[in-house]
Design a binder for this molecule. Structure first.
Ligand SMILES: Cc1cc2nc3c(=O)[nH]c(=O)nc-3n(C[C@H](O)[C@H](O)[C@H](O)COP(=O)(O)OP(=O)(O)OC[C@H]3O[C@@H](n4cnc5c(N)ncnc54)[C@H](O)[C@@H]3O)c2cc1C
Length: 373
């Protein structure tokens, strides 16, 4: 049965389809809010909060006690039903999702937005020194427990932000950043120079060209592994959805449908194509929802169009880097630095939650509001 058939069967203007959205991150929430006025939306995600993942380094450093926003408040009045559970199985033949709470949820269309997590190296489990951005709350307690030596592994933007934040808030800790490649390898020359200067001023020592493959290789009292991200796509892979071999992300067409299971939309870090980021998660969440809406009307869905503009990096609370990029995300020479950059970054981060709140109150404007993050 096609989406249009389902729409006719239900006799509602937009179809009243059963939509299950997996994941209440930037992508899943954007999709759920856009779909809610038109379809019956069930949002599956563990816990009661939307986690503002882009602030996890602030939580780790102790600048914030929480980065959670209650879903009950965000979703109030939207019609989205939240199932506080983890999806454990997906059956594409019967179109059902099973959760660890024992629910079996049938769907007409599924939005898969389970995001990503830090790729953990060998030797990590059982090592109490080991942390990732996902264990930010435990790291915060460790840092409060007394000074020592801390090593951040990873010279990309997450590693840089984490090292700077912790060094600024905990001058009693000796912070070192170790990276296999170059520090801030995706930034322009001036951008890299600024990051290096700020980290040096904050007392962070940087070791480049050093590849670590295990936590045991790190001589430190605490280790924060932020070397690379892995998409949460195992559930989909087990269900037979096509996975991009080199990235582990789900293969999608231009309208964000799984290439093997077009009834399933994929958004955010789980979807192949764009750089993993909050900035791309929200527009892909909305575009996935637009595909569902278009097909329910019997219309041709529009392809995702995304243009990169900026990369925003926090360097503690008083400095930052705004790196202008080309359409394809490659860096331009132009940067903004210092307090101005820190301020811009803070406004961008605030605006993501602001956009989600606004879309919940004014669902008709969700498409226009949620397309930049
Ligand atoms: C410290 C840090 C700083 C960052 N800074 C930036 C930045 O400045 N700018 C930027 O653009 N990006 C940044 N990122 C990256 C950004 O956070 C991610 O790319 C973004 O969160 C991806 O959004 P998403 O919706 O795809 O997934 P997520 O935000 O990861 O959300 C995934 C959701 O799925 C849920 N979930 C997972 N498994 C299951 C399951 N089995 N069942 C049900 N639900 C499940 C999770 O609980 C969560 O609700 C940063 C990341 C980190 C760690």
């Amino acid at each position: 049965m096609t989406a249009t058939d389902i729409s006719r069967r239900n006799g509602s203007r937009y179809g009243g389809q059963r939509i299950v959205v997996l994941g209440a991150g930037y992508a899943g929430l954007s999709a759920a809010l856009r779909l809610a006025p038109h379809h019956r939306v069930v949002l599956v995600a563990p816990g009661g909060d939307f986690t503002e993942r882009v602030r996890l380094h602030e939580l780790a450093a102790g600048g914030r006690e929480s980065v959670g926003h209650p879903l009950s408040r965000l979703l109030a009045g939207t019609g989205v039903r939240h199932v506080p559970a983890r999806a454990t199985a997906l059956d594409t033949a019967t179109r059902e999702v099973t959760t660890d709470g024992g629910d079996v949820l049938g769907y007409d269309r599924l939005v898969y937005a389970l995001g990503s997590r830090t790729r953990t190296p060998g030797g990590a489990s059982g090592d109490e020194r080991f942390h990732t951005p996902e264990t930010a709350a435990a790291l915060r307690e460790r840092l409060r427990g007394g000074p020592g030596a801390l090593t951040v592994v990873g010279g990309g933007l997450t590693g840089i932000e984490t090292a700077a934040e912790i060094a600024q808030r905990h001058p009693d800790w000796r912070v070192r950043l170790v990276t296999a490649g170059e520090l801030g390898g995706g930034l322009s020359g001036p951008g890299r120079a600024h990051v290096r200067a700020v980290l040096t001023a904050l007392g962070v020592s940087v070791a480049e060209g050093r590849h670590l493959s295990s936590a045991a290789e790190v001589d430190a009292d605490a280790v924060v592994w932020a070397a690379s991200m892995v998409p949460n796509t195992q559930l989909a892979a087990d269900a037979g959805l096509a996975v991009e071999e080199d990235t582990g992300r789900l293969s999608v067409d231009a309208a964000l449908r799984s290439v093997t299971h077009p009834e399933i939309l994929v958004a955010g870090d789980a979807a192949a194509g764009l750089r993993m980021s909050c900035a791309t998660a929200m527009p892909t969440g909305v575009r996935a929802a637009e595909t569902v809406l278009a097909e329910a009307r019997g219309a041709q869905p529009r392809p995702l169009r995304f243009r990169y503009l900026l990369q925003c990096v926090s360097l503690g609370r008083e400095d930052g880097l705004i790196q202008f990029v080309r359409r394809d995300d490659s860096p331009r020479e132009r940067i903004v630095t210092g307090r101005r950059a820190a301020w811009i970054k803070e406004q961008v981060v605030r605006s993501t939650v602001g956009q989600l709140r606004f879309a919940a109150r004014r669902p008709g404007l969700a498409r226009r509001v949620l397309t930049f993050g």
